[in-house]
Design a protein around this ligand. Structure first.
Ligand SMILES: [Fe+2]
Ligand SMILES: [Fe+2]
Length: 376
């Protein structure tokens, strides 16, 4: 049995115990909005706002004290302005849209990978572009932001990579899942650019399983949740998903067991994460997990399948730079969380059948291997 298979079997045994599900008082409904896109530019933002394609709305019963909305933007992967104006335009578009939200969002979370190669000018550019958003902004880092200078510039611009605050009856937590990667560079005498280059590769075998929370941060997480009633809502933002989806691409955190140990007493935990650049939904133990779109490009689904609760989006049209990407608006009201993916440029949204006839290549999507393993 391979190491990965062993890991998967352990995950099923630990996280998917018989009868363990998210809080039974929580309801999930998925509503699909497929609107005709009539967006033509920033000037029409207010007018066309309600007509952008929305999809895979997830209602989760929760107990916020007052209804409110917040916005998610992530994975902008900015190069210097002169190298890639298209990615800059997408950030400008996201910023304009968030700023145009009415009523305004209470805050915006930026979920990591602001930069592509972690360069100072990339991070500064992202910070400048996002200044157009005047509401409160909070940030967590992605691996692309970090591994050139080990988070120095990111920290100067955005402060602590992990934090917590309470807002209208919900405890929000920002986790840093990127900075504790095992050192693969010192012994190989890599330059910072070489180190970053390995991080910038999705299936980079040299960087290995870099995503993790770390013992010190787990202790911190336990501490900041200690005074929180176990049945009150907790929303955890992380760059990487907090469960094992596909380790070769770091679509996980390697210490998911310990994360689960800390979170399992809490019955209303929602993890919202970036890094995967795709529509993704899963329930792990008592926690719900939602993957967010990037503004830059969509990653493919993992070759070994998707969580069986995910309703997958179709493969993006490679000729349309706005296809398969976007941002999210999340509403919290008395009894639910509703996530609306706002996907740009999408004509069709969901996979209707395994081979999608609209695509030149058939796309085969199936439940991931871990979901096909029975409990042991
Ligand atoms: Fe990313
Ligand atoms: Fe990432």
């Amino acid at each position: 049995m391979s190491e990965l298979d062993r890991e998967r079997r352990e995950m099923v045994a630990v996280l998917q115990r018989p009868g363990v599900r998210p809080d039974p008082s929580l309801r999930i409904t998925r509503r699909t909005f497929i609107h005709k896109s009539c967006l033509t530019g920033a000037a029409t933002v207010a007018q066309t706002f309600a007509w952008w394609p929305l999809l895979n709305t997830i209602d989760v019963a929760h107990a916020a004290e007052q209804p409110f909305k917040f916005a998610w933007v992530s994975d902008t992967h900015l190069y210097p302005r002169s190298l890639n104006t298209r990615f800059v335009e997408k950030v400008v578009r996201a910023a304009n849209e968030v700023q145009a939200m009415s009523p305004p969002a209470d805050f915006m979370i930026f979920g990591g990978d602001l930069a592509q190669l972690g360069k100072i000018e990339e991070l500064v550019l992202g910070n400048e572009l996002l200044k157009e958003i005047k509401i409160r902004k909070v940030f967590i880092p992605g691996e692309h932001d970090w591994y050139l200078d080990m988070g120095k510039k990111w920290g100067e611009l955005f402060g602590q990579p992990n934090w917590t605050f309470d807002h209208k009856g919900v405890r929000f937590v920002g986790l840093d899942t990127v900075s504790r990667g095992p050192d693969y560079w010192t012994v190989r005498k890599m330059t910072p650019e070489e180190r970053m280059g390995h991080m910038a590769t999705l299936d980079g075998s040299v960087a290995g399983p870099w995503a993790g929370v770390g013992r010190d941060q787990l202790d911190w997480l336990q501490k900041i949740l200690a005074d929180w009633d176990k049945s009150r809502p907790v929303v955890i933002f992380s760059h990487n998903p907090l469960y094992e989806y596909y380790p070769p691409w770091n679509f996980w955190v390697r210490d998911w067991r310990e994360v689960n140990d800390v979170l399992k007493p809490y019955t209303k935990v929602t993890n919202i994460h970036g890094h995967v650049h795709q529509v993704l939904y899963n329930e792990i133990g008592t926690m719900r997990s939602i993957g967010m779109l990037a503004t830059s490009w969509p990653w493919p689904y993992a070759p070994e399948g998707v969580p069986k609760l995910t309703k997958p989006m179709i493969r993006a049209d490679p000729g349309d730079f706005y296809d398969g990407v976007g941002r999210s608006e999340i509403s919290m009201n008395n009894d639910r969380i509703e996530n609306e993916y706002i996907m740009w440029g999408r004509k069709q949204v969901f996979v209707q059948s395994a081979p999608d006839s609209s695509l030149s290549q058939p796309e085969i999507l199936r439940p991931r291997v871990a979901d096909q393993i029975g409990p042991y």
